[in-house]
Design a protein around this ligand. Structure first.
Ligand SMILES: [Zn+2]
Length: 339
């Protein structure tokens, strides 16, 4: 009996063949999506003035102990928690941080972009902020969450890796609000709810992003749990289309949560920062997101211990916490099977 004959005489079998073919196509499409997996790693607050700055002047590289972990990811992001400039006057506030431009090549070595959306990039006024943006541009180190005006500050930073377009948006909502960018004023992006939702929609519609990640500067200092405002904004961002929310500022780590199967890391804590004595302040999280066209598929967390010089060191070469799509909590990573 010929194959053609079988097809003609046994219609149910033809459907089976079609189903099997469709199944194979589905599998291969899934495999294609998995092949396009891109990883993005986030570190917390990087403060390069004070003792850390003196160490860099003397040739120390505080990001070096994490270099091999960072380099395993396709895109590396950190929050630059100081202004980088030689000009400006300290504004009237409790802590002001200004790092020397010599720190920029070091940042460029370890990171693909920095967020300038925080409560310290305005510490030495607009003249210093503008010089920092120029210095970063000259060094070809992209920044996000700030700019010469409101539009620039709210424009996503786009990454394209393996054909996957990823939009990164960054916002600050910790005072002083005087650092905020305006239509005719440089500064950082403030997380006004309506503006944030519009930015996320624009990232998909105008900038053709496949994924949108929001990097926040929020929360109360030294609180190890997120507050109601952080939770409300995280949900708003995910409802608007964000695939993950990563936060910082409290100087300690905060819990991870899952909303609509999308991860929220409320606070990564400090990364490069000196001047703290408690263990909580000297513990930071380095979060890696693995993503494909379907969203963020998994995440891992390396824990950092920060020494007196402000240098973070990995607690272990392996990640401590893990999460996968479909899970509702961050968990201790399974130990590798021992043969
Ligand atoms: Zn801060």
């Amino acid at each position: 009996m010929s194959l053609a004959h079988t097809y003609q005489c046994h219609a149910p079998k033809r459907w089976l063949v079609r189903l099997a073919y469709a199944g194979l196509m589905g599998l291969s499409l899934q495999a294609l999506a998995d092949d396009r997996s891109v990883s993005m790693v986030f570190v917390g607050d990087i403060m390069l003035a004070d003792k850390v700055g003196q160490g860099i002047r003397d040739g120390h590289d505080p990001l070096q102990p994490f270099a091999s972990i960072l380099n395993k990811s396709d895109i590396r992001i950190g929050n630059l928690e100081c202004v980088v400039a030689t000009v400006g006057e300290a504004v009237d506030k409790p802590y002001t941080f200004r790092a020397h431009p010599r720190v920029v090549p070091l940042l460029k070595r370890h990171l693909d972009a920095v967020s300038v959306a925080n409560n310290h990039t305005g510490d030495f006024g607009h003249v210093a902020f503008k010089q920092m943006l120029q210095t970063l541009q000259q060094a070809k180190l992209p920044y996000v969450g700030g700019g010469m005006d409101l539009t620039q500050a709210h424009t996503p930073l786009m990454f394209e890796r393996q054909g996957l377009r990823i939009a990164l948006l960054a916002y600050n909502e910790f005072f002083p609000r005087s650092f905020e960018a305006d239509v005719d004023k440089p500064g950082h992006a403030w997380s006004d709810d309506e503006q944030v939702a519009a930015d996320i929609r624009d990232a998909r519609d105008k900038h053709r992003a496949d994924l949108v990640i929001a990097f926040m500067h929020w929360g109360f200092e030294n609180e190890t749990r997120s507050n109601a405002r952080q939770q409300q904004l995280a949900r708003l961002m995910i409802d608007a289309g964000a695939d993950a929310v990563i936060g910082g500022h409290p100087h300690v780590t905060q819990e991870m949560a899952v909303y609509k199967d999308k991860p929220v890391f409320y606070s990564l804590g400090n990364f490069v920062f000196d001047g703290f004595s408690s263990k909580d302040n000297n513990t930071g999280w380095v979060v890696r997101l693995n993503m494909n066209t379907t969203g963020v598929t998994s995440a891992t967390v390396h824990e950092a211990r920060i020494d007196k010089r402000g240098t973070p060191r990995p607690e272990s070469a392996k990640p401590r916490y893990c999460w996968q799509q479909g899970e509702s909590l961050l968990r201790i990573c399974a130990a590798p099977l021992v043969e």
